[in-house]
Design a binder for this molecule. Structure first.
Ligand code: ADP
Ligand code: MG
Length: 353
């Protein structure tokens, strides 16, 4: 474990405002050394956020529009399956199924439910997709916030929450033990979408790419300079962008969760979109951001949120137990900046060699 202090000025919380999710990670575009690099670069919007794709040395038979189609088709499919913002999505139909009888999910949604269930178990319930009604009550769901929920409303919503109330049955069926269970897959669906695009790329013969959806990334092969992909992780600052560190990846995913992006201020308190399922309240600790490197982007995405809920101490304990590659940036008012905590598995990605 490495702990070092980074003396960065902490901006007052009054400057907090929602940030576009895709700002946590900067792709480092190193200057080329002669000749135009053969690569395709794409940007677009999907799943309520932005995506960016770079493909190095694409096969001659694949055009830019072919690559875009592979990405857009995958993103559209996942949106139709897993969005809580679409009433006709599979997830919205599951949420309206206020019944304990088994509900048939698509293999992909079932896979995301399963990954979420595993991270819930490992994190002792800090990660919990059934926290959806509280996410909505705090104004981070499809409807805008009217008033924050009262303690009584929170207690009522908590009584219909709990990942262990989801029963995983055979053949992609899932049953609710409490008919009021409502799930939100936002903490893992973007990462899953990145994995799904990677799969579509591999099937089409692409082997060197960087895929980013809303700040969650996955790379494969070498970049157009024949090097590992250098991915910059930003400091968790509001209103300005500064690089904290760079990691060099070749076949992994990187996800970052932060309290500085999707949040608002209420009564002098920062209200984060990460909800602690134990209290029903937005997390209120010193952890400013968590970055996770993992072979799967869905797991990296989910674990980043899980660690964000657990906070610095319990989060680090889980990271060490699961041997996760993790960097945490912890608010440190005394130092006027952030304390940086990394696991040894994370440190291994800090050099480009
Ligand atoms: P971040 O990059 O900060 O992790 P994500 O979009 O990946 O952002 O995840 C945050 C979203 O996850 C929230 O907007 C909410 O929909 C959902 N969420 C909030 N708290 C939890 C939780 N404890 N477990 C699972 N999902 C959660
Ligand atoms: Mg996440």
């Amino acid at each position: 474990m490495t702990i070092s202090v980074d003396p960065v000025r902490n901006l007052p919380s009054s400057t907090l405002r929602p940030w576009i999710a895709a700002t946590a990670v900067l792709l480092l575009l190193l200057p080329g050394c002669g000749g135009t690099p053969k690569q395709i670069r794409l940007h677009g919007e999907a799943l309520g956020t932005f995506y960016a794709i770079t493909v190095a040395d694409p096969p001659a038979n694949l055009s830019e529009s072919d690559v875009r189609k592979l990405a857009d088709n995958t993103l559209d499919r996942i949106n139709v399956l897993m969005s809580t913002y679409r009433e006709d999505s599979e997830l919205s139909r599951f949420n309206r199924h206020e019944d304990t009888s088994p509900f048939l999910l698509s293999p992909e949604t079932y896979a995301v439910f399963s990954i979420a269930g595993e991270i819930s178990e490992k994190s002792g319930g800090a990660f919990d997709i059934t926290v959806g009604p509280l996410v909505n009550a705090w104004g981070f769901g499809p409807d805008p916030l009217r008033d924050p929920p009262t303690e009584e409303q929170i207690r009522e919503l908590l009584s219909h929450q709990g990942y262990e109330k989801l029963r995983f049955l055979e053949n992609y069926y899932v049953a609710k033990e409490d008919p009021k269970i409502y799930c939100d897959l936002s903490a893992v669906a973007k990462g899953y979408a990145v994995d799904a695009i990677a799969e579509a790329f591999e099937a089409a013969g692409l082997s060197r790419y960087m895929i980013e959806v809303g700040g969650e990334l996955r790379v494969a092969g070498k970049n157009d300079k024949g090097q590992r992909w250098g991915l910059g992780i930003e400091k968790p600052l509001v209103g300005r962008r500064e690089l904290e560190t760079v990691v060099f990846l070749e076949k992994e995913s990187l996800a970052t969760s932060g309290d500085y992006r999707n949040s608002y201020e209420l009564g002098g308190k920062r209200i984060s979109h990460t909800i602690d399922p134990a209290t029903g309240h937005p997390v209120q600790h010193a952890l400013a951001s968590v970055s996770v490197i993992h072979p799967s982007c869905a797991y990296a995405d989910g674990y980043a949120t899980a660690l964000m809920v657990l906070g610095p101490e319990k989060g680090l304990a889980l990271a060490e137990k699961e041997k996760l590659a993790v960097m945490m940036l912890v608010h440190d008012e005394k130092e006027g900046g952030f304390q940086r905590i990394t696991t040894p598995a994370f440190d291994a990605y800090l050099t480009g060699e």
